[in-house]
Design a protein around this ligand. Structure first.
Ligand code: GLU
Length: 506
């Protein structure tokens, strides 16, 4: 088996159907395609499988490309970049599939079926009533030439079906699952070309994989049951299947169900499912790359954080684990926090800008120039696991004193101090703050410590009321940097409000 994963340059395609927003599971498939293409020095191809017009969603193409590019999965050939096998959008290749369907009709490997939708429904209902397995009864496979000619002359709409051998067995190989054999009796004469002239997946994907010289197909496990049909289709053309790898399904974080198409509550926690949701939540593409690489494959059990290049170097499709795995979202958050720590403050700021701008309702251009951000970002760098958490940490700094809500006024109490004593502390600080020069964290801290000692109050007792007065929160960035960020005047305003609010407790 291992000779399948030698370093022959692979041609690997990601072939999504544009039926909706890009899902995390599909991004994982694309990532494995990409890793394998890069590992072998081959090509990563993007092909759009849009032949099911009923399910087509025009917005999804953009979402797809945006998601792939966000994670840095640049394709070598594809709809927008072109390539030697263009076009890469299947509806633009309709004539190619029609020609290939004709080839199979001519060789007898396929036949035209004129059965109407009504007849097929009746047939299935009868099969159900008689407790027979449902499936096409192959009536049109046995039409005599005159009957066929009659239907053609009447202009009856038709589909093209594969004439599956009625006896014998079909065996195909999956690189990570081994040989799989099915009895042909259990297969259906699947439709290859629909009455609208467009192909089904069974025809289009096989033709394209061949013409585009695809060497490895990595696709979802849900295609496993139809792989024998695919084997028969390529055999009918006299071709060979590429190396097949059916990737395990991804389970939701509880490990109990398949990852749903939408965000979902599992055991009281919300789990995202769509790539654009992860983008908006502010995950870093490098972190997602690192995380997904280890979903179904493993870089090294002892190493959690690795570079893209290292993953490319080691990746091996033969080591993909066929067992379904739950998505460890906590791990993703942890990995993301590690990547956040590696950023320079400037790039962390740039990364946080869109989400902060959205949530704080401040235009990005304005926020970019805001000194408060430059002071606070390094203070939260080790405290956040994802960008959206930054909002909660620093939103207070962008409010005015009277917008701060002291939901729990008791937060304003210094440790071991009552309301009157806490008011005294704030008032004491209010006389001190105007004379601290320069108004910088070290200087403010030194002055505050000195006052606490002089008054015989613990630093926790003295600092606490200020912390709460400034942010209104139980947890906030370090106190003296927070003071520096909003500036002396604003600190004094908030201290005055703190005194007022504490007054309600006395
Ligand atoms: N269009 C198919 C899908 O989105 C592609 C499967 C494949 O990669 O062959 O599931």
């Amino acid at each position: 088996m291992s000779d399948f994963s030698t370093n022959r340059p692979a041609r690997v395609r990601f072939a999504p159907s544009p039926t909706g927003e890009l899902h995390l599971g599909s991004l994982r498939t694309a990532l494995f395609d990409y890793l394998w293409a890069r590992h072998t020095g081959g090509q990563f191809i993007l092909r759009i499988e849009d032949t099911d017009q009923k399910r087509f969603d025009p917005k999804s193409l953009e979402s797809l490309m945006r998601g792939l590019r966000w994670m840095g999965l640049e394709w070598d050939e594809g709809p927008d970049v072109g390539g030697p096998h263009a076009p890469y959008i299947q509806t633009e290749r309709a004539a190619i599939y029609q020609q290939h369907a004709e080839m199979l009709l001519a060789s007898g490997a396929a036949y035209r079926c004129y059965c109407t939708a009504e007849r097929l429904t009746e047939m299935r209902e009868a099969q159900r009533r008689n407790r027979q397995p449902t499936g096409y009864d192959r009536r049109c496979r046995h039409l005599i030439p005159e009957e066929r000619a009659e239907r053609e002359a009447a202009g009856a709409p038709s589909v093209v079906r594969l004439a599956v051998p009625v006896e014998g067995k079909t065996t195909f190989t999956d690189l990570i699952r081994g040989d799989i054999t099915v009895d042909n009796r259990h297969l259906q004469d699947e439709i290859l070309l629909k009455s609208d002239g467009l192909p089904t997946y069974h025809l289009a994907a096989m033709v394209d994989d061949h013409l585009m010289e695809i060497t490895h197909v990595l696709r979802g496990e849900e295609w496993l049951p139809t792989a024998p049909i695919h084997k028969l289709v390529v055999e009918a053309f006299g071709w060979e299947l590429p190396v097949l790898v059916h990737l395990p399904v991804i389970l939701d974080p509880s490990g109990k169900g398949k990852m749903s198409k939408r965000k979902k509550l599992v055991e009281g926690k919300e789990y995202l499912a769509l790539v654009h949701e992860f983008i908006s939540a502010g995950y870093l593409p490098d972190a997602m790359f690192n995380f997904l690489t280890n979903v179904g494959w493993n870089y090294d059990p002892a190493i959690e954080i690795f570079e893209r290049e290292e993953a490319i170097e080691r990746f091996d499709i033969a080591q993909i684990n066929p067992k379904a795995a739950a998505l460890p979202y906590d791990k993703l958050d942890w990995i993301n926090s590690q990547y956040i720590r590696q950023l320079t403050p400037a790039s962390l700021k740039a990364h946080l800008l869109p989400i902060l701008s959205r949530q704080l309702k401040i235009p990005q251009a304005k926020l970019r120039e805001d000194a408060r951000l430059d002071i606070l970002v390094p203070q939260i760098q080790e405290r956040i696991k994802r960008a959206d958490e930054a909002v909660e940490w620093i939103d207070w700094a962008f409010k005015s004193a009277d917008e701060i809500v002291y939901e729990d006024p008791s937060l304003l109490l210094g440790r071991k101090l009552d309301a009157a004593q806490s008011i005294a502390v704030l008032q004491d600080g209010a006389t001190l703050l105007p004379i601290i020069e320069p108004f910088l964290p070290d200087e403010i801290q030194a002055a505050f410590r000195e006052r606490a000692a002089a008054l015989g109050i613990s630093t926790g007792g003295y600092f606490g009321p200020f912390r709460a007065a400034i942010s209104g929160k139980r947890v906030s960035p370090p106190l003296f940097e927070s003071m520096q960020a909003i500036g002396r005047e604003e600190v004094l305003r908030r201290v005055a409000r703190g005194v007022q609010v504490l007054g309600t407790l006395t």
